[in-house]
Write a protein that binds this ligand. Structure first.
Ligand code: ZN
Length: 376
């Protein structure tokens, strides 16, 4: 018995895109969906009420960061992540694997798990698949992830192959370690940019019957073309009747390509991080609010955007806030960028329901005067 219930509502007749409904212990999510990233149990600069206002249905929190500080046991004593951060909608936690492997020299991998040093104080820690599950059970998200090894890019074929095998053995250990029945567990397909390894990984993980499946190991420095190619052939490798999630992706065009390839869930720091750096998303591409061209611009970020920021503030004012180092700059920029991402998802769902996602994709690129990286 799974803690979640996933139903495909409509398969687009013109491509692999699909819309669906994912029911979790903390509510229902419409798919395809983008999950804002709340690394430290907060989506930077936004209150939970504001997240609801921009259309967030589920957020992601980072296990590694919360384990290091304030500690998963403290979060558990305070009632779990939902209560701790005052967010009563669905949450997904990653396994910490990606952050641990990003530590580079500070970590050592063995069959049993990973020994690493904290990026904060250099203290030593050990995370095994069993430990990753225990930490995520203490945090209490609706969806938790298997502990995986994310190989660097580029890496030798043999290394990526051994790494994907290790991830499969760890996935089995994660499944066996899981004890809460009110959390769903997703498996993570690895295999780098190698199609045969992705196929093997997906097939072995499918045999373990997870509640959902993710593609890991993308957006690690590869060319966009390679990323989109992997997405294209990985979609069909995953079960039709389970949620399909691409981890850590991406830019708006990556989401469009992911949906086109049949994926349902996405997360990325891009809308929030870029907002704090003055990079804003619009229907015709990205703008940099720092640019002098916006100095006296009375128009909003995006004339067609229905968000609170675009309804009330000019580019000139937002540029002034940014240059003055005002806190409100981060808040308003984040507000708009998240609204943009979540509206893109809502528009995609509507297009799928009308069997016109292929056209939606063409229009998306046309508005940006760009082409897809892969013609398919
Ligand atoms: Zn806006």
């Amino acid at each position: 018995m799974s803690a979640i219930d996933f139903n495909v509502i409509h398969n687009d007749r013109g491509c692999a895109a699909r819309s669906g409904s994912l029911t979790t212990p903390h509510g229902r999510i419409d798919t395809p969906i983008f999950m804002p990233v709340g690394t430290q149990a907060t989506v930077k600069a936004m209150t939970p009420e504001e997240l609801c206002e921009v259309g967030a249905q589920i957020i992601l929190a980072n296990t590694y960061h919360l384990y290091i500080r304030p500690g998963h046991e403290l979060v558990e004593r305070l009632g779990g992540l939902h209560s701790f951060m005052h967010w009563d909608r669905p949450i997904l936690t990653d396994s910490g694997g990606f952050q641990v492997f990003s530590l580079g020299e500070l970590r050592k991998i063995s069959e049993d798990g990973v020994r690493f040093q904290s990026h904060l104080d250099g203290s030593y820690h050990f995370i095994s698949p069993e430990r990753a599950i225990a930490i995520q059970e203490a945090l209490g998200a609706d969806i938790i992830m298997c502990f995986d090894e994310c190989p660097p890019y580029p890496a030798e074929y043999d290394y990526v192959s051994r790494s994907a095998d290790l991830t499969t053995r760890w996935a089995l250990r994660c499944r066996e370690a899981k004890s809460r029945d009110d959390q769903a567990l997703f498996g993570i397909v690895q295999g780098g940019m190698h199609r045969d390894l992705r196929e093997k990984s997906a097939s072995e993980l499918r045999a373990l019957d997870f509640d959902g499946y993710a593609i890991g190991g993308l957006s690690v420095g590869e060319e966009k073309e390679a990323m989109h190619r992997v997405m294209g052939y990985c979609g069909p490798l995953l079960p039709d009747n389970k949620p399909r999630y691409i981890m850590g992706i991406g830019a708006p065009e990556d989401l469009v390509e992911g949906i086109y390839s049949g994926f349902d869930m996405f997360d990325c720091v891009m809308p929030t991080r870029n907002a704090r750096n003055g990079m804003l998303f619009t229907s015709s591409g990205t703008i940099n609010i720092k640019n002098a061209s916006h100095t006296e611009e009375s128009a909003p970020i995006d004339e067609g955007c229905g968000c609170y920021v675009c309804g009330n503030y000019s580019r000139a004012y937002l540029r002034h806030l940014y240059r003055s180092g005002e806190i409100l700059a981060s808040r308003l920029n984040t507000w708009h960028n998240l609204y943009y991402y979540l509206s893109l998802m809502a528009d995609a769902r509507k297009a799928i329901s009308e069997d016109r996602f292929t056209q939606f994709r063409q229009e998306f690129y046309a508005k940006r005067e760009r082409q897809p990286t892969i013609d398919r």
